[in-house]
Design a protein around this ligand. Sequence first.
Ligand SMILES: Cc1ncc(COP(=O)(O)O)c(C=O)c1O
Length: 375
Amino acid sequence: MSTPASDAFRYAHAHRAEIAWLSQNTNHLVPPEVVRGALDEAVRERLYEGYPLASGDPELLDLVVRDFRLPGVEPFVSSGGTESLYMAMRALLGAGDEVIASDPSYLIIHKFIELGGARTVNLDIYTPPYRLTAERIAEAIGPRTRMILLIDPLNPLGSGYPREEVRAIAEIAHDHRLLLLNDVTYRDFSEGHTLAAEFAPEETLTLWSVSKNCGLAGLRLGGLLARPELLQKVVRYNTNDLGVNVLAQVAARAALRTKPSWIGGVVRQTRANCERIRSVVAGVEGTSLPVYPSRANMMVFDVRETGVAPEAIQDEMLRRHGVFVRAGNYLSPKHGAQFVRVSFSNPPGDIERFARALPEAMRTLRARAVAPAPR
Ligand SMILES: Cc1ncc(COP(=O)(O)O)c(C=O)c1O
C-alpha cells in the first residue's frame, strides 16, 4: 500500500543520512568550501544577532543583476523564490483572471494563482514537444487572460524552450498586454538559455533562485527581477519588512561570486548522471523517458505500461532501497498517475544506488501485482 507524500518526507528526513535524495531537484554537487568559509566567518562574527539590511545585501543584489545581464531591471530578494511567487500572484491577479499554464507543471504556483480567485488554463503538454508553444498559447487567450506562466526549463519534465519560441511567447505577452512570469529556477542547467525579459522587458517578471544552481535549497533564498514599475506593484505585498535570513544572504553572495568557476563541473556531472539514468530506465521493461536529454537537473520516467502505480514505486524505492524519487501526482492532475520524477545533481554513488534499486523494485512490484490476493 502506498502512503501519503508527507509520510514519505517524514521517513526520508528521519533517515536522512542513509537516503539518496533524488526527489526535490536539489543540488549536491557544489563544492562545500564555496560557502563554508563565508558561513563560518558570519557565525564567528555573530551576524545572526542583528537584522539584515531590509532591502537585501547590496553586493548580493548586484551579483544577481550581473548574473542575469538584463538592462533596466531591479532585483528583489525573498525567502526562496516561492515567497516571491506567492507575492506576485496575490499582487497581480484578481478574482476571475486567467493564467495560461501547463500540465504537468510546478503546481505550487498554480495553488498561489488560485488563492485570490484567479484560475489556470492548463494546456496539456504531456505529448511532443513536451512544452508550451506560442501557437497554443495564442489560441488559449481569452478576455480574462492576464498572465502567461513560462517555466523554463520545466519542472518536472526537464524540457526547455528554444530561443525563437521564447521570443514568440514574449511577443504574444507584449502584443496582448499580458504579464509573463518567467520562472528560471533551473536556468543554469540549460545550455543557451534565453530570458523572456529580453523580448518583453515591461511585461516580464523573472523569478530567480539560488536553491538549485547554488545548492542552497535549505537556506531559502530567491527573488524577482523586473522593471521598477512592475516590481513596485509586487513588493507592496512584501512580508519581510525586516529583511530575509542573514546567513542565507552571506552564503548566496559567496556562491554567486564564485559560480563561474564551479558551475561547469556541476552541470557536466549532472549531464553524465542524466545519461546513466537513461541507460537504467532503458533496461526496465515498460518504462520510457518522454524528454531526453533533460535541460534541467530532473526528468520523469513514464511507468504506465508497467501497470505499477508511481506511488508504489516511490514507497518501494524509499523504504527498501533508501532512494527517494517522487511520484508524479503532485505535478500533474492529468498524468500524475503515469510517471515518476527523478533528480540527479548528485554524487555518482547516489545514481548507482538508483541504478541498482530501480530494476529490483520493479521486479518486486510486478510480482506483487500478479500474485493472487492472500485468502
Ligand atoms: C519551477 C520552480 N520554481 C520555484 C521553485 C522554488 O524555489 P525556491 O527554493 O527558491 O523557493 C521550485 C522548487 O522546486 C521550482 O521547481
